[in-house]
Design a binder for this molecule. Structure first.
Ligand code: GN1
Ligand code: MG
Length: 551
């Protein structure tokens, strides 16, 4: 097989043209994201790049996921998945950005340059997996990706509509020759359900834990797939799925619930009486829990920080019980609530590190531990176990010198590992892990919430003429430019007890995010208001000034 690079250009010129007026875009926190109307040429070129990436990685399978996750319906996006199921290597993000931003006329030369720089032999096979979310424009964009792969004579496997974490899983299973599981939807569902059933044991209820969950599917692929799970779960877990047929992420889903601190629309009336609820996002890689107090009507959120503490605490107990020595650590971002960090370090005695925003950074850091638990506050995260950890636990499960209880605990840990989608944050897998721990402890959400009290916090958006005038360092916590801005933020923060605030340009939207937390809601709101206005003044704010949020 020989590849004529001219075909890449000819194909693009004929079917996937880039407009002259198209502005440059960047491979951001989670790939390219934009209005769906602007993405056809981006998709085509990402198909081309995925084929090149596969060849650069000894013809291993590469994933291309078409989704804009929690963004509104009119947006779409694309992200690439590397051979081990992780996000695309950062060096290649730059290649992706450059490839997307050249003109059609320069496309052939740009592809040739990547081939030369990366020593890619286009006679080698290229293997690419393609998946998409439920947005109505995803199938059309998927055609563009497939055409890009075919222009480079790659082999395409189309998985159709899948969650982002499912596609990561398929890539990993394939490149491990099945060691991680069977790379099909049945293989994925079967692995999770088998582990979940075993961990649940005989009884579906225990202590304060009730076998009823209300699940907001964000009108996306997460609801579609959950409905499939529900059939197979039988009564092991009663899940009532809602928001399965409307506009994606519209007044629902994990991002809406976390950002607005409010129940989603569509929540069944009965759930308001203290029912255990969760929301996933548009591509089902995030999950948050919540309940409404039946007596007071107050809404309580259990976010990604909370999920991290629940899972890490449970794992720590199991590890101690089975008497193995494994180093465990937790990874957060600057958006983690200060109270959660304090609880993990001082009460749970688990080391915590803080990385830049974006799961690729957290995942990378979590690899430093035998058992690395990482979660963003918004509910995106997972647990990864080193080969050493798996081997140690496997040995303990059959070690006759240990007590029977220790062996059983080790066996339980192995099922817990099987229930985890280690490749990336996975709303469904994470939800089943949370359900497993709550069931084991006999907890309702109030019991879970009692472990620590969140500091009141605010997350706000500020619109600037160019968000990139703000640059940050130290895991997003310190502003480098414009000069002097950080000093001014520090002066404001110092006025508030337990105050903390930072700003950074978003990697997924054309905005700057301001985060603030303090001892009271009123103080968090005031702190955020002052910092947002400071940023608006010093960094070129556009549109109306930031207003004060409700307290
Ligand atoms: C504050 C926040 O939640 N930021 C999100 C958001 O990134 P931004 O770069 O902040 O837009 O989307 C990312 C992708 O889903 C996610 O990883 C990240 O945590
Ligand atoms: Mg998502």
């Amino acid at each position: 097989m020989s590849v004529n690079l001219r075909s890449v250009f000819a194909f693009a010129k004929e079917y996937h043209q880039k407009k002259e007026s198209q502005k440059d875009i960047q491979y951001g926190t989670a790939g390219f994201r934009s209005h769906a109307d602007n993405l056809d040429y981006v998709m085509y070129r990402m198909g081309v790049l995925a084929a090149l990436r596969s060849r650069a990685q000894a013809s291993q399978a590469i994933g291309v996921m078409i989704t804009a996750s929690h963004n509104p319906e009119h947006d779409n996006g694309v992200k690439l998945i590397d051979p081990h199921g992780e996000m695309l290597e950062q060096r290649w993000e730059k290649l992706a950005t450059d490839l997307v931003n050249v003109s059609d006329a320069d496309l052939e030369a740009q592809v040739a340059k990547i081939c030369a720089d990366e020593a890619i032999d286009n006679n080698e096979p290229a293997r690419v997996f393609v998946g998409m979310d439920t947005r109505y424009h995803s199938p059309q964009l998927s055609r563009a990706v497939v055409n890009g792969i075919l222009a480079l004579k790659g082999t395409v496997t189309e998985f159709g509509i899948v969650t982002t974490p499912m596609l990561h899983y398929f890539v990993t299973c394939t490149n491990t020759q099945g060691a991680y599981g069977v790379p099909t939807e049945e293989g994925y569902v079967g692995k999770l359900i088998a582990a979940f059933r075993t961990l649940r044991g005989e009884s579906n209820e225990r202590g304060n834990y009730r076998n009823q969950l209300y699940y907001d599917g964000a009108n996306g692929v997460g609801s579609l797939k959950m409905l499939g799970f529900v059939k197979k779960l039988n009564d092991t877990l009663n899940v009532r799925v809602f928001n399965s047929n409307g506009k994606i992420n519209f007044k629902c889903g994990a991002d809406f619930v976390k950002t607005n601190h409010h129940v989603p629309e569509g929540l069944p009336e009965e759930a308001l009486a203290g029912g255990r609820c969760c929301s996933v996002d548009g591509d089902a890689d995030r999950v948050v829990y919540y309940f409404t107090d039946a007596d007071t009507g107050v809404f309580h959120l259990l976010d990604g920080d909370r999920i991290a503490t629940l899972l890490a605490g449970y794992l720590k107990d199991l590890i101690e019980q089975c008497g193995v020595q494994l180093a465990m650590g937790l990874v957060q971002t600057a958006y983690a609530n200060g109270a959660s960090t304090d609880y993990i370090v001082n009460r749970m005695k688990i080391p915590v590190s803080c990385t830049r925003t974006g799961v690729k950074h957290l995942h990378h850091r979590a690899l430093d531990y035998d058992i690395g638990v990482y979660f963003e506050a918004n509910g995106h995260g997972t647990i990864i176990y080193s080969d050493r950890a798996k081997q140690t636990i496997r040995t303990a499960a059959s070690d006759e010198s240990r007590t029977e209880a220790q062996r059983e605990t080790a066996a339980r840990l192995l099922h817990f590992i099987d229930l985890t989608n280690e490749t990336v944050g996975d709303a469904i897998s994470d939800m089943l892990l949370v359900e497993t721990v709550l069931h084991a402890k006999g907890w309702n959400l109030r019991d879970w919430q009692a472990s620590y009290t969140d500091l009141p916090n605010v997350l706000e958006k500020v619109y600037l003429a160019d968000r990139n005038v703000i640059t940050v360092t130290d895991a997003d916590r310190v502003v480098e430019a414009p000069e002097g801005l950080q000093d001014s933020i520090n002066e404001i923060v110092a006025k508030f007890p337990n105050g903390r605030s930072f700003v950074r340009p978003s990697g997924t939207e054309d905005i700057v995010r301001v985060y603030a937390e303090a001892d009271t809601r009123a103080n968090a709101v005031q702190l955020s208001f002052e910092v947002a206005n400071l940023v608006y003044d010093r960094a070129g704010g556009v549109g109306s000034r930031p207003v004060k949020m409700e307290t």
